[in-house]
Design a protein around this ligand. Structure first.
Ligand code: CA
Length: 230
């Protein structure tokens, strides 16, 4: 299934790159190497090579990998997997907030990395079902991944959009935390549910009203239409 997929590997350490590239290629991926952030952004903005996944080292010589992530995400939905020796939770949350799809801590096995690449590709390919219930002042367009609130665009990160679209597919229905994490992140997601709270808080803020997403204590969350509050 990996045949033809092209990966941009952003990695400044030649030793890491020279072990990573052959093993990714033997797993069937075609790889492009960017040794620094500037080259990575050039490759992405020129669009000369179609890139299916970005594997992004956070520690780069010229820029912070988090800034590279933010810049790529500003105009591309390409799946981004962050790679870092920094494994602490706050780094991971910042990375995910900036729109990274996954986060791998060094050292990792080739098998783990390949599994994660395939998982983000699967999620990118899985179109979420169209939001049926979003209505009133809120319009969620799955095809263009845009959200309008009273006609005004709401800027969401990739994960915020997925979270909103997932909850809004069935307004009023309470989704369990584990269910949400599994669908919006990954079955293998091993972060804490704090990530979910961070995203809910950010969504509420961007929607300008906390009542769109109600917390159900000890269970999870539900999306509520303003005129259907129960
Ligand atoms: Ca590095």
């Amino acid at each position: 299934m990996a045949a033809g997929l092209s990966i941009l590997v952003v990695e400044d350490d030649p030793a890491v790159a020279s072990s990573l590239l052959p093993s990714l290629e033997s797993a069937g991926f075609s790889c492009h190497l960017a040794p620094d952030g500037r080259t990575a952004l050039e490759i992405m903005s020129l669009g000369a090579r179609p890139i299916d996944v970005v594997l992004l080292d956070l520690g780069l010589p010229d820029m912070d990998g988090l800034d590279v992530c933010r810049t790529i995400r500003a105009d591309s939905k390409v799946p981004i997997i962050m790679v870092s020796a920094r494994g602490d939770e706050s780094d991971r949350i910042v990375g995910l907030e900036l729109g990274a799809d996954d986060y791998v801590v060094k050292p990792f096995s080739q098998r783990e990395l390949t599994a994660r690449i395939r998982a983000v590709m699967r999620r990118a390919a899985d179109e979420l079902p169209p939001a049926s219930g979003a209505g009133g002042p809120l319009v969620i367009d799955e095809r263009t991944r845009t959200v309008l609130l009273e006609g005004q665009p709401v800027e969401l990160t990739a994960k915020e959009f997925d979270l909103l679209a997932f909850l809004a597919q069935e307004p009023g229905v309470v989704f369990r935390r584990s269910e949400i994490l599994e669908h919006v992140w990954d079955v293998n997601w091993y972060g804490t549910t704090k990530t979910l709270d961070v995203h809910v808080a950010s969504l509420r803020k961007k929607l300008g009203d906390p009542s769109w997403i109600q917390a159900v204590r000890g269970v999870g969350f539900r999306f509520v239409l303003p005129d259907a509050a129960t």
